[in-house]
Design a protein around this ligand. Structure first.
Ligand SMILES: *[C@@H]1O[C@H](CO)[C@@H](O)[C@H](O)[C@H]1NC(C)=O
Ligand SMILES: *[C@@H]1O[C@H](CO)[C@@H](O)[C@H](O)[C@H]1NC(C)=O
Ligand SMILES: *[C@@H]1O[C@H](CO)[C@@H](O)[C@H](O)[C@H]1NC(C)=O
Ligand SMILES: *[C@@H]1O[C@H](CO)[C@@H](O)[C@H](O)[C@H]1NC(C)=O
Ligand SMILES: *[C@@H]1O[C@H](CO)[C@@H](O)[C@H](O)[C@H]1NC(C)=O
Ligand SMILES: *[C@@H]1O[C@H](CO)[C@@H](O)[C@H](O)[C@H]1NC(C)=O
Ligand SMILES: *[C@@H]1O[C@H](CO)[C@@H](O)[C@H](O)[C@H]1NC(C)=O
Ligand SMILES: *[C@@H]1O[C@H](CO)[C@@H](O)[C@H](O)[C@H]1NC(C)=O
Ligand SMILES: *[C@@H]1O[C@H](CO)[C@@H](O)[C@H](O)[C@H]1NC(C)=O
Ligand SMILES: *[C@@H]1O[C@H](CO)[C@@H](O)[C@H](O)[C@H]1NC(C)=O
Length: 770
């Protein structure tokens, strides 16, 4: 009976795939499990029959996660397999409740990985799904094997260390009574930046076999035998002892990848500082032969406020996060670090920027806690898989191990900082922010405010050169009363030939829904997603979409409406159009209609209405999803700008303070004090973003004089540095220098010259007298 059954399913699948080649709204979609739309006639409404959901849908890129296939009964099937990316096969099983399980594989990449499920009956392609592979640093620590007292692991083998190391894990991560504890090593081999450059995770040896799966393991680390002791980076894997040593892609829990201090060779244990210095010098030699990536990396924002407002290009570094109160292990003295989201264009390098509690940059020239650029971007970069683009691991090899050699296990940090100096911010250009909020008010990139209450779908930003499109949909305000005004209810966007990301209000206006190519994306397990070079980050009521160009779109839920901020870097200047203006720093020519007519910001409301209407999108270029009768009737079959909807144009006067003009309008028009209040808050928070993004002049770092000292570590306009000389030297030049508005330091550069000096302390006087 079983074979017949499967044949029947196979037949069914083919039929369904054919059905999916139909119209999907107005779009013809190639059906895949993450590009489909539901509940429309002639569309992929049956996609659930061959696309499966799984739980959990995400886990470590090291693999080993057991996931269950939802909504499918695997009655009478004994073995199932999953095939990821058409090549990596892992074995699954059917549990007592006839549910199918599979195991995620070891991957060298992050993001959505397509897979198919098939069975021992020779059926291929029966079901498809997608697995979200996550950078281990972004993964919840409960899903990993925890190394207890990371500091002890990190310094093991250096002076005054020893004793046992302990690790713990949640026993439900490994389906076994007894487990093996294996050490796996990572390395990159071949000629850097050539085709032969390859990444490799390999089983090295077992620390213990047949250990009870009780969630703890303690051991006294021994020096490993050659050649294992040569592996300096690795992770510990806990897997069922029923598998042979090093079996690949089996159910397992992994520790974080870490420097394997605890198993390094005898000579390291004997004199770790000398050993580390040798390694540091070797690394220094290697770096001198590798291409210089520093000129390619993006410059850091000058202040913490800029760094936190520039969300299209920078994102919190998970290792040093103000909001999480994290200890910045590698950056003492810093309270918050961010990383450039995109890797640099040719070498895929990363940039990191750290700030102290005053909001000033912490630089390696002054402090060991300074931020450092990276040859390998910590988060990896598309197309991943090959060095230096392997998420996490490449960064470890090129930027972190060397930090251990030069800075942690020995005191030779100057070698490290020669190759990884902090970026100051002298060439940093903050992005411009455009804003849509309330019943829609617009603030253009050049800070022109106006109100446009059209109903329909409009272009907020069209940047033809960069291929960036951001579209907004407005809907009539129906709460608390239906009134003739609108609010933003959806934003859809793409850049170049990227996926389309749409963020919209849920039907009850109570949450945001994120769609990728018309299919819902769930953020229930992960807040960050890498999607082919584009990243989406969602946290409660905020969604941030970051594009490769550095453009960022932040969508927030406020009082049942959508508020959107679009951030565009400097190189979009004068090459955008749409409702948010042309970004040329000239507020007088911001309101240009699609047919190039210029409107003044103080035009009357009806004129502004016709300006806004001109930016209605076309059916063909719409990025929106029309998956309900309401959306079809209201937006798809109807004109993109509804000419029959006439908003309230006249407004009388209640709110006070900044942003009150919008608040008044919204309160009166919508009769909702809450909306009015939300509008005022949105306006104020936008203005604080605009202030945070104002350019800051930096004069750049200056060194302390030879044989002297410098006081002060801020280099921005208005900062003062003071200099003094060591005993026996005299200062020549300015003892005090101030950063001026033109980006230059006041005064002349100074020197400490050997010679007579006025002696001030008794001790010095005494020595002179002698
Ligand atoms: C499963 O197998 C049992 C016994 O082999 C058989 O009675 C039953 O009909 C099968 N179920 C299905 C759905 O094929
Ligand atoms: C099943 O797999 C085989 C070999 O991998 C392939 O030739 C065949 O076309 C596949 N069948 C279907 C229905 O996809
Ligand atoms: C961690 O290990 C270090 C070095 O052995 C030790 O000084 C410290 O007390 C340990 N901390 C904890 C919390 O056990
Ligand atoms: C272990 O994991 C299971 C399943 O995810 C969870 O229910 C349980 O609370 C976890 N236990 C601990 C101690 O975290
Ligand atoms: C786990 O098993 C090991 C080995 O039998 C034992 O030493 C350890 O105490 C156990 N841990 C717990 C928490 O039971
Ligand atoms: C932007 O415009 C508002 C008035 O709408 C004004 O208060 C504010 O100072 C302007 N900001 C900048 C940076 O020009
Ligand atoms: C809204 O506009 C329609 C027609 O344009 C009009 O009939 C209606 O009275 C208006 N409603 C309100 C609340 O102003
Ligand atoms: C969400 O956005 C609001 C408004 O900008 C901001 O105050 C808040 O900190 C954001 N929350 C998170 C978690 O990013
Ligand atoms: C959009 O396309 C649909 C289907 O072809 C058509 O019915 C509708 O009128 C078009 N809408 C506009 C505004 O052209
Ligand atoms: C206005 O909104 C802010 C933030 O959204 C909230 O803290 C405050 O309580 C609101 N005030 C009123 C009067 O509703």
């Amino acid at each position: 009976g079983t074979d017949k059954n499967m044949t029947w399913i196979l037949f069914l699948v083919i039929i369904k795939s054919q059905m999916c080649e139909g119209q999907c709204g107005q779009k013809l979609l190639t059906c895949s499990c993450h590009a489909t739309c539901v509940s429309l006639e002639n569309c992929c409404e049956d996609f659930k029959d061959f696309c499966v959901d799984i739980s959990p849908y995400s886990g470590s890129m090291f693999g080993g996660t057991d996931f269950v296939v939802l909504g499918v009964s695997f009655n009478n099937i004994s073995n199932i397999f999953c095939r990821f990316k058409k090549e990596i096969v892992t074995e699954g099983y059917v549990d007592d409740e006839k549910r199918g399980h599979c195991t995620s594989p070891l991957l060298y990449e992050t993001g959505w990985i397509p897979f198919e499920i098939f069975t021992n009956k020779g059926l291929n392609n029966s079901r498809q799904g997608a697995w979200l592979s996550v950078h281990t640093g972004k993964l919840d620590s409960k899903l990993k094997v925890q190394l207890e007292n990371a500091t002890k692991w990190q310094y093991y083998g250096t002076p005054n260390t020893g004793g046992s190391l302990k690790m713990t894990w949640n026993v439900s991560l490994v389906r076994a009574e007894a487990v093996n504890l294996e050490l796996w090593g990572y390395r990159e081999q071949g000629v850097p930046y050539s085709d032969s450059w390859k990444a490799e995770w390999t089983y090295l040896y077992s620390l213990e076999r047949g250990h009870p799966n009780n969630g703890t393991f303690t051991f006294i680390p021994k020096v490993a035998e050659k050649p294992y002791s040569d592996w300096e980076l690795g992770a510990i894997r806990v897997s069922s002892s029923t598998y042979p040593d090093g079996a690949s892609n089996v159910n397992a829990a992994w520790s974080e990848d870490h420097a394997l201090a605890w198993h390094l060779e005898e000579s390291y244990r004997e004199d770790s500082a000398a050993w580390a210095l040798k390694k540091c010098v070797t690394w220094d030699q290697l770096e001198k032969t590798l291409p210089n990536f520093l000129s390619e990396t993006i410059d850091c924002p000058c202040t913490l406020a800029q760094a936190r407002a520039d969300t299209g290009r920078f994102h919190t570094d998970y290792g040093c996060d103000l909001e999480k109160g994290s200890v910045c292990t590698y950056h003492p003295g810093s309270v918050h670090c961010v990383r450039a989201i995109q890797a640099s264009s040719e070498y895929a390098a990363g940039q990191q920027c750290c700030y102290d509690s005053t909001g000033a940059q912490v630089l390696t020239f002054d402090s060991i806690g300074g931020s450092t650029p990276d040859r390998g971007h910590d988060w990896g970069s598309p197309p991943y898989k090959k060095p230096p683009r392997v998420p996490g691991s490449s960064h470890w090899v090129y930027d972190v191990l060397s930090f251990y050699y030069c800075c942690l296990w020995s005191e030779n940090c100057h070698y490290y900082f020669t190759h990884r100096p902090s970026s100051d911010c002298r060439t940093y250009k903050p992005p411009k922010a455009g804003f849509v909020f309330g019943d829609p008010h617009f603030i253009t990139f050049d800070n022109v405010s106006y109100t446009f209450n059209g109903k329909g779908e409009y272009s907020l930003v069209v940047a033809a050169e960069k291929g960036l499109l951001v579209q907004g949909r407005t809907e009539q305000l129906t709460e608390p009363l239906a009134v003739n005004a609108t609010k933003l209810s959806a934003v859809a966007m793409k850049e170049g030939n990227s996926d389309v990301i749409e963020v919209r209000l849920s039907r009850l206006f109570s949450s945001l829904e994120v769609l990728r190519n018309q299919a819902p994306l769930s953020f229930s397990e992960q807040t960050w997603m890498d999607l082919d070079g584009k990243a989406v980050f969602s946290y409660l009521c905020n969604v941030t979409v970051m594009f490769p160009s550095g453009a960022g779109v932040e969508v927030r839920l406020r009082e049942r409406t959508i508020v959107v901020t679009v951030l565009l870097p400097e190189d979009f200047r004068n090459s955008v159009e749409g409702l948010l203006g042309n970004m040329n720093d000239d507020p007088t020519d911001d309101l240009i209609s699609r047919d190039k007519e210029i409107f003044l910001a103080n035009s009357n409301a009806e004129e502004l209405f016709s300006f806004g209407a001109s930016w209605a999108i076309l059916n063909e270029s719409s990025l929106f999803t029309y998956d309900s009768a309401f959306l079809l009737d209201t937006y798809f079959y109807a004109p993109k700008h509804n000419p029959y909807f006439r908003p309230v144009f006249e407004l009388p006067i209640m709110c006070s303070g900044k942003g009150s003009q919008f608040c008044k309008y919204d309160t009166l028009v919508s009769r909702s004090a809450d909306l009015g209040n939300a509008t005022r808050h949105s306006f104020n928070s936008h203005m604080s973003v605009v202030v945070a993004l104002e350019p800051v002049v930096s004069c750049g770092w200056i060194p302390p004089p030879k044989n002297g000292k410098k006081e002060g570590t801020t280099y921005l306009q208005g900062s003062t540095l003071t200099f003094s000389c060591d005993a026996g030297y005299t200062l020549q030049g300015a003892a005090e220098r101030k950063c001026q508005s033109d980006g230059r330091w006041s005064g002349d550069s100074l020197e400490c010259v050997a010679g007579k000096k006025e002696l001030t302390t008794a001790k010095n006087t005494f020595s002179v007298l002698l």
